[in-house]
Design a protein around this ligand. Structure first.
Ligand SMILES: [Zn+2]
Length: 243
């Protein structure tokens, strides 16, 4: 049991050192992520606008074809007007002409609206492009900054990860699960010592009887306030010495 507690504390030491390295990166990883998602969002907007423009163009082309056909028909109808034999035929033909003219007009105004929309879309795209360029510039800077920080600590991080791996292999799997659960919940420290009779995780006083039990180093005892695993000074010192 003594050893189990010691290994857990060693794992905590290494994890804390890795956490410190990660803290050096500050907001940079988040910044990089959010810039990346902003950029892809804007690119997606452009893509949708381009698609709408393309559809608008296709619709206008098919309308134009249709308009040409209708104009041909119109010409035909108008020439037929001179050949009508009675009022009924005349009425039918003029009705046909009116209807065709109306359809042409409708399609032409639809095309005008589509062209206007297309122009607006082009303007919107033109406005988005410089925004993307600006964000990409910022992203490049942040990425370079982050890369530099990572590079500066690369060796140390690698060493820590190797040690971490070795220690982790020695931890009992149930202990590891408990450790990871607490670490996740507390965002950092899962194993702490007692300092001036208080849990050094949450600073609440640990009852004397509990402190006594902890000093026996014969079972895993957690802080009744924060749930972190408490180890004795003896365990902590040994763990540090043997790292
Ligand atoms: Zn506590």
């Amino acid at each position: 049991m003594h050893n189990r507690l010691k290994i857990l504390y060693q794992l905590q030491i290494i994890d804390s050192q890795l956490d410190e390295l990660e803290e050096l990166r500050g907001d940079l990883p988040n910044n990089v992520n959010s810039l990346n998602s902003k950029i892809s969002e804007l690119k997606e907007q452009i893509k949708l606008k381009e698609k709408e423009k393309q559809e608008s163009l296709e619709k206008r082309e098919s309308n134009d074809e249709e308009i040409e056909k209708l104009k041909e028909s119109l010409k035909k109808f108008k020439s037929q007007l001179y050949q009508v034999r009675n009022n009924k035929e005349y009425d039918a033909l003029t009705k046909e002409i009116d209807y065709t003219e109306e359809t042409i007009k409708k399609m032409e105004s639809e095309n005008d609206a589509l062209a206007d929309r297309s122009k607006a879309l082009s303007n919107e795209i033109e406005e988005i492009i410089p925004k993307i360029k600006e964000l990409e510039k910022e992203l490049k800077e942040k990425e370079a900054e982050l890369k530099e920080i990572i590079k500066a600590n690369e060796k140390e991080e690698k060493k820590l990860r190797e040690i971490h791996k070795k220690i982790e292999e020695q931890v009992k799997s149930s202990d590891l699960a408990q450790y990871q659960k607490i670490r996740k919940a507390k965002k950092g420290k899962a194993v702490v010592t007692i300092k001036r009779s208080a849990c050094s995780g949450c600073h609440n006083i640990v009852p004397a009887q509990r402190q006594l039990e902890i000093r026996r180093n014969n079972r895993i005892i957690t802080c009744e306030y924060c749930g972190r695993i408490l180890v004795s000074q003896e365990i902590a010192e040994e763990a540090e010495k043997e790292l």
